[in-house]
Design a protein around this ligand. Structure first.
Ligand code: ATP
Length: 234
């Protein structure tokens, strides 16, 4: 991916993600993680190479929740279905179901400004879940949240992943978050982003919070961290 001003965003990226995997992507700041998601999702058109992604049912959450402030929670969750032409009764029913799934039942009539950061992210997740994504891309969705909220949302996303059985691609700056959530962790090199190393995460789902304090978890985090350090140092 080369941008119009000549900046090389990605180069020689070779990555296969199988259906049902949950893959996290870590890498130095500015290495092209968001660009990789944008290329994969079709938000930007790549300038070379080939991309195969089933985009029929694609979910995407961004670094901030991107809610419409003048719409209540229910109406924000209905937005994508509205754009796709779902009949009103059906989209209202699906929205209620997904609001329940993310634990926000009772907040349907609240406007975003009355919600905490974590609740806004849950609304954003519910909005994407409404379209039953087969592939769900997350661009560092919890970076702005406090640690406890972030860890709780990690558990909730993993719970959703297991229930809804989507393929997850999750960009994060946090190595423990990447290892905790994923079946694979991909380390990218500094820009132009390449795939530096792929780690298989051997722990079974569902993941349990205690896992974060186990020796084998810390060991794997250490290995990913060293790889990231090599990526930064070039
Ligand atoms: N439209 C654009 N035109 C030119 N350069 C761009 C454009 N979009 C992104 N870039 C550059 O491409 C590189 C990769 O950007 P990207 O946002 O994908 O990085 P990232 O790894 O997600 O960063 P971060 O971890 O800081 O969020 C950066 O150096 C960025 O400045």
């Amino acid at each position: 991916m080369t941008f119009p001003d000549g900046t090389e965003g990605l180069k020689d990226v070779d990555l296969a993600i199988a259906p049902g995997e949950f893959v996290s992507i870590v890498g130095p700041s500015g290495c092209g993680k968001s660009t990789l998601l944008k290329v994969a999702s079709g938000l930007v058109t790549h300038t070379g190479g080939k991309v195969w992604v089933d985009r029929d049912q694609l979910g995407y959450t961004f670094q901030d929740a991107t809610l419409l402030p003048w719409r209540k929670v229910q109406d924000n969750v209905e937005l994508l279905m509205e754009l796709r032409g779902f009949p009103p009764a059906e989209r209202a029913r699906i929205a209620r179901e997904k609001i329940d799934l993310v634990g926000l039942t009772g907040f349907e009539n609240h406007y975003p400004q009355r919600l905490s950061g974590g609740m806004k992210m849950r609304v954003s997740l519910a909005r994407s879940l409404a379209l039953n994504p087969a592939v769900f891309m997350f661009d560092e969705p919890f970076g702005a949240l406090d640690e406890i909220t972030r860890e709780r949302l990690n558990d909730e996303v993993i719970d959703l992943y297991q229930r809804e059985q989507f393929t997850g691609i999750f960009v994060t700056h946090s190595i423990p978050e990447a290892v905790y959530m994923s079946s694979k962790v991909v380390v990218m090199s500094a820009r132009p982003g390449r795939i530096q190393e792929v780690f298989d995460v051997p722990f079974a789902y569902p993941r349990r919070p205690e896992m974060r304090y186990q020796a084998d978890f810390s060991e794997l985090c250490g290995e990913v961290s060293l790889s990231l350090r090599r990526a930064i140092e070039g």
